[in-house]
Design a protein around this ligand. Structure first.
Ligand code: CO
Length: 135
């Protein structure tokens, strides 16, 4: 049912420092400028790799949903993985029919398409983001 792995989300205390790591340690040159999703409490950018992306996310504001994660993982850490789906509403219904806990109503994510998150308890401890394929 799921399509390609779109990206791996990594929470970091500083996007600028993390970008430097990908540039200087891993030699990546294609990294997007940081953007902000104020309503979702994150700054983000994408490290573009030949076959996928790393999404760097930094908390924005006191109510950021990743503040708790960074309190537990002060240096940052792997936060979620994101798979593409054709239709987010269909995917949400499918997941809920299977008994999975979907954490939000579909909303626009960093790629400009609809996303939902599925609780880690349903996926071996991994927070899963599903996003509609960019058409
Ligand atoms: Co993501």
């Amino acid at each position: 049912m799921i399509g390609p792995l779109n990206h791996v989300g990594v929470a970091v205390p500083s996007i600028e420092e993390a970008v430097n790591t990908y540039k200087n340690l891993y030699g990546v040159t294609d990294i997007t400028e940081p953007g902000e999703m104020i309503d979702q409490g994150v700054r983000y950018c994408f490290v573009n790799l030949p076959n996928s992306q790393i999404e760097l996310i930094e908390p924005l504001g006191d109510n950021s949903p990743i503040n708790n994660f960074l309190e537990k993982n002060p240096k940052g850490g792997q936060h979620h993985i994101c798979f593409e789906v054709e239709d987010i509403h269909e995917a949400k219904k499918y997941m809920e029919d299977k008994g999975a806990k979907v954490l939000n109503e579909p909303r626009i994510g960093a790629h400009g398409t609809l996303i939902i998150f599925v609780h880690p308890k349903n996926s071996n401890g991994v927070l899963v983001e599903l996003m509609e394929t960019l058409k």
